[in-house]
Design a protein around this ligand. Structure first.
Ligand code: 13P
Length: 338
């Protein structure tokens, strides 16, 4: 058995066409998701829903790790079983969302930075001790009239690097997530330009802090036109520009790039990942760390009812399998209706 150091863990997460389930919605965000299906969000419903996903038979054929919110990390189901143990029992690594959300950079500023760096080291220790293998920190960059400012990109990149170093010092693989947000009426080239500048800054700061690039995973957005631009998504163009942007910015030592879905539909997120992997030979594994794009259909099928368990798990496993096929460029439309 290979030793469990951060380099091996990072590599293992993206090997064999596997990816990550992002189930780390904050209490506010999961409430919004549950509101959309008219289900009350409370400790019990959140536990039921997430346990249903995590106990999907064969989950670990396609999912190598799950990002958890704090509550879920120490949550037990009605039989007293820790949710994270369920994942460990099938060789799925539990990870923890460790940032503390967003704060305005200045008063009246629409730009944000990610909170929680001062207390990060102390907060990480109990998770490391209790079996977490990786962490996630999300920085947000918005595109709009005269934003992002260079200061916003610089501050968020510097915090991401500091987070990555502290995480590695605790023997946890950092998932470095600089998310350039899809909202807005900008075109695809603007997204490309802002993402490229952001990734450049992120790697400048990671290198400056001597972060071990073999022991991180990068979680970027895909290069897409703004969701309010009215521009139709062109899968080939998105795949080409995303790959070009990553090739120009991400060092080859990084073992894996795990995309966020950022509001793309489940199918589009699969199609783009597939197209990127079909057309290119990349030095890194290109996989997924989707939240909405893995859960959307399963959440609807669940509808707050325990008796829908088998259907939820079937739908979730199907989506995970489709994305796993997309990791090797072998997804096809016809497979969706199998
Ligand atoms: P989405 O795939 O829904 O964007 O969520 C991924 C994530 O973890 C955002 O931080």
């Amino acid at each position: 058995m290979t030793e469990e150091n951060i380099e091996n863990i990072a590599k293992k997460i993206v090997e064999n066409n596997k990816g990550i389930l992002a189930a780390d919605e904050s209490t506010n965000t999961i409430k919004k998701r549950f509101d959309s299906i008219n289900v009350e969000s409370n400790e019990k419903t959140r536990c039921n829903y997430r346990y249903t996903l995590f106990s999907t038979p064969e989950i670990s054929k396609y999912i190598s790790g799950v990002i958890l919110f704090e509550e879920t990390f120490s949550q037990k189901n009605s039989n007293g079983e820790l949710l994270r143990n369920k994942l460990e029992s099938v060789d799925c690594y539990p990870g923890i969302k460790i940032d503390q959300g967003l704060e305005e950079i200045n008063k009246d500023s629409i730009e944000t930075y990610t909170k929680g760096i001062e207390t990060l080291d102390d907060r990480l220790k109990p998770f490391a001790k209790n079996g977490a293998k990786f962490t996630k920190w999300r920085a947000v960059i918005n595109i709009g009239d005269s934003i992002p400012s260079p200061n916003c990109i610089e501050k968020n990149s510097s915090l991401l690097a500091e987070y990555a170093l502290i995480s590695q010092n605790n023997n946890l693989v950092p998932i470095v997530e600089p998310e350039v947000i899809m909202d807005g009426n900008h075109d695809i080239d603007k997204c490309y330009e802002v993402t490229k500048e952001t990734l450049n800054q992120v790697f400048i700061h990671l290198k400056k802090k001597n972060v071990n690039l073999k022991g991180i995973l990068l979680k970027p957005n895909m290069i897409v036109p703004g969701s309010k631009s009215g521009i139709e998504l062109n899968i080939k163009e998105i795949a080409e520009k995303t790959f070009k942007c990553l090739s120009e910015t991400v060092p080859k030592e990084v073992p894996g790039i795990v995309f966020l879905s950022g509001g793309l539909t489940s199918i589009k997120a699969t199609m783009i990942l597939n197209q990127i992997n079909k057309s290119n030979n990349a030095p890194w594994n290109l996989s997924f760390s989707y939240g909405r794009a893995l859960q959307e259909d399963a959440l609807k099928a669940w509808a707050g009812k325990i008796e829908n368990k088998n259907l939820v798990q079937k739908i979730f496993l199907h989506r995970a399998r489709m994305n796993s096929l997309a990791c090797e460029g072998k997804w096809e439309t016809s497979l969706e209706n199998e």
